[in-house]
Design a protein around this ligand. Structure first.
Ligand SMILES: [Zn+2]
Length: 385
């Protein structure tokens, strides 16, 4: 264990992005940061040594999943999540509000908490804001998220208002339930696609006071323009000296926009999920390794990439592995995709530091579709975050 949680804003230029450093009891990381998703306590197909090698500084686990399986008690008994997984770096746990919405057949929200049926075995559970904090403390998360009422899209103004108010009530209770300073706790701004509600939510959470602020309930089916409008409006209200986390987004393009609106932390299943469907991110756009054109291609996935996969293997070999359903395909693809994301974040941080975001963005987009092997949008496959 090192020190406690802190956020240092190193640089912030409106419309360009923010540079920061977040310290946690298990080490620190630079922002803007991308956090790979390891909901079940594992970033699919990668082990902690792989993650360190590709530059992962923090990753995300899910309290909902780990509470259901193997159970909080098991993880606690085995020394907490870090020891259980063999990962000594920072861990953020999501509370499960979104998973209960998206995975559970039964979801009944009451003022006291949320009742749901497990998506695994149909068993009935009731989670309260206090219990969700306790679960995350027992897991040993460095950064915990409050339980929020994450409503589906589309919803009426009235429904969004009710969800926002309940999220605020639950956030107050979560803050009271937190014990000590060993774990940071982030509030989650809700309010659907309604500016007024988002504004209210942000102000209410700031009044309660959290270690950081997340923007939740977006990217659930609304138009992208609205997603970014809500994000920008929210970050303009949130205090400068606390980290901001845009939950569940996005594509490399989304991240660029998010950074410019002042977001510090991102997570998304996209790079690892795409790895499992043969879609690879490159400096010239998406590449679908299943395409026949790669069957004799001895080039690496991305000649500009320095990852283990690109340094050692050809597109032809990766295509063969994928079509043969060899397990190695998923690992090599995931290594490349996450390395790409972490490199993107490093480049963005450098550009913010050197005041060259405009130039960086121009080059980023000018390379799209160039290079031998860049697949068109159709060939690259539909990507859903
Ligand atoms: Zn690579």
């Amino acid at each position: 264990m090192k020190g406690g949680f802190s956020f240092q804003l190193l640089k912030g230029v409106e419309g360009e992005g923010r540079l920061g450093r977040i310290a946690t009891p298990h080490g620190s990381f630079s922002t803007p940061a991308f956090m790979p998703v390891g909901s079940q306590g594992s970033v699919k197909s990668l082990d902690p040594a792989d993650l360190m090698e590709i530059g992962t500084e923090i990753f995300l686990c899910n309290a909902y999943h780990l509470y259901l399986r193997p159970g909080t008690e098991v993880v606690k008994r085995l020394g907490g999540l870090h020891r259980f997984m063999g990962w000594d770096g920072p861990i953020l746990t999501d509370s499960g509000g979104f998973q209960i919405l998206s995975l559970c057949a039964l979801r009944e929200v009451e003022s006291e908490g949320v009742r749901f049926r497990s998506h695994l075995d149909g068993s009935l559970h009731f989670l309260t804001p206090e219990k969700v904090v306790r679960i995350q403390e027992e897991l040993g998360a460095d950064i915990m998220m409050v339980l929020d009422d994450c409503p589906p899209h589309p919803i009426s103004y009235g429904e969004a208002k009710a969800a926002e108010e309940l999220t605020t009530q639950w956030a107050k209770r979560a803050k009271r339930a937190k014990s000590g300073d060993a774990h940071a706790l982030f509030g989650i701004v809700q309010g659907g696609i309604y500016s007024e509600l988002r504004r209210q939510s942000a102000h209410d959470l700031m009044e309660i006071g959290f270690d950081g602020y997340a923007i939740g309930g977006l990217s659930v089916g609304e138009e992208k323009e609205i997603t970014f409008e809500m994000t920008e409006m929210t970050t303009s209200i949130l205090p400068n000296d606390f980290p901001r986390y845009l939950m569940g987004m996005g594509t490399p393009e989304d991240i660029l926009v998010g950074v410019r609106t002042g977001v510090d932390m991102f997570d998304c299943v996209l790079p690892t999920r795409c790895a499992r469907t043969g879609i690879l991110f490159t400096s010239f756009g998406k590449l679908n390794i299943k395409n026949a054109r790669y069957s004799r291609d001895e080039d690496p996935v991305d000649p500009q990439c320095g990852c283990y996969t690109c340094c050692n293997f050809s597109r032809a070999y990766l295509r063969h592995l994928f079509l043969s359903r060899e397990l190695l395909a998923y690992r090599l693809n995931a290594i490349h995709n996450l390395f790409y994301y972490h490199s993107l974040m490093r480049d963005i941080r450098q550009a913010i530091s050197q005041d060259t975001m405009d130039q960086f963005e121009r080059e980023f987009f000018s390379q799209r579709g160039k290079g031998n092997g860049g697949d068109s949008e159709e060939e690259g496959g539909e990507i859903v975050c």
